[in-house]
Design a protein around this ligand. Structure first.
Ligand code: ADP
Ligand code: MG
Length: 240
């Protein structure tokens, strides 16, 4: 099978008029109440361009999930700006932010966040249905992705009939169906065995290349970092 030509490594070079897919500037996030404040993110700058697979690693509690939640517009930062396809999410109203997020971002939650009543295949078709893009091409792509994550034989099962790892793989496939510009992935291998973890990060790397996705994966699994183009480290909310 021939594969499309990969995007050039620096498709978003300086001087290019196209803004990077994702750019966080001076992002801070303070959580908790007045009694106990936690600085989850501390002045984070991060840029993710099309066709690049970026990994962010760091110990538990270092701010990895917070970083993704802010990048994906699920959480509003206390300070700084989050540009998605050139638009600052922090300036948008809630419904505008939701629309912009749906248009540009695929999000893979660590614990999948599947709909209890839907089968695995239906989970993959739902975002396309919501976006009004449920056609035969999308259905075929959904089935190909179920196959790629090893779930073809369980496509008609509902979440309670799946293991944690299987749910995780469905959640990942779901985020890939519409080939988003930006893919945000939280600990995709936390419930997987080594061989499956390898398959999954290689799928992420391939999809990044083929669809020119700007992929940001956060993980504490250091064995999968080699699949990324670039690795950054978070420590106490600071990116190095
Ligand atoms: P990671 O994903 O790297 O494990 P998180 O982003 O989940 O880290 O958390 C970063 C820090 O923020 C941790 O110290 C965590 O305890 C704290 N934190 C996360 N969510 C909340 C919350 N809702 N309220 C208060 N503190 C929180
Ligand atoms: Mg986390």
């Amino acid at each position: 099978m021939t594969r499309p030509t990969p995007a050039p490594a620096h498709a978003q070079a300086a001087g290019d008029a196209t803004p990077p897919a994702l750019r966080l500037t001076g992002v801070s996030l303070r959580l908790g109440d007045d009694q106990q404040q936690v600085t989850a993110l501390d002045q984070v700058d991060l840029t993710a361009g099309a066709g690049r697979f970026l990994a962010v690693t760091g110990p538990s509690g270092s701010g990895k999930s917070s970083l993704l939640a802010v990048a994906g517009g699920l959480q509003t930062p206390t300070g700084g700006t989050v540009h998605v396809a050139g638009v600052d999410l922090t300036t948008l109203k809630e419904h505008q932010r939701t629309a912009h997020r749906r248009r540009h971002i695929g999000y893979v939650f660590q614990h999948a966040n599947l709909m209890a009543s839907l089968t695995a295949r239906e989970q993959l078709l739902l975002p396309a249905h919501v976006a009004g893009r449920l056609d035969s091409t999308t259905r075929r792509r959904a089935d190909e992705l179920l196959e790629a994550v090893g779930m073809t034989g369980r496509a008609d099962r509902r979440p309670h009939q799946l293991s944690g790892g299987e749910r995780q793989r469905v959640g990942l496939a779901r985020a890939l169906v519409l080939a988003p510009d930006i893919l945000l992935v939280d600990e995709p291998t936390s419930a997987l065995d080594r061989a499956r973890a390898r398959d999954i990060v290689e799928l992420l790397a391939e999809q990044t290349r083929v669809h020119h996705t700007a992929t940001v994966m956060v993980t504490h699994d250091t064995e999968i970092l080699d699949a990324a183009d670039h690795v950054l480290t978070l420590r106490d909310g600071r990116l190095t």
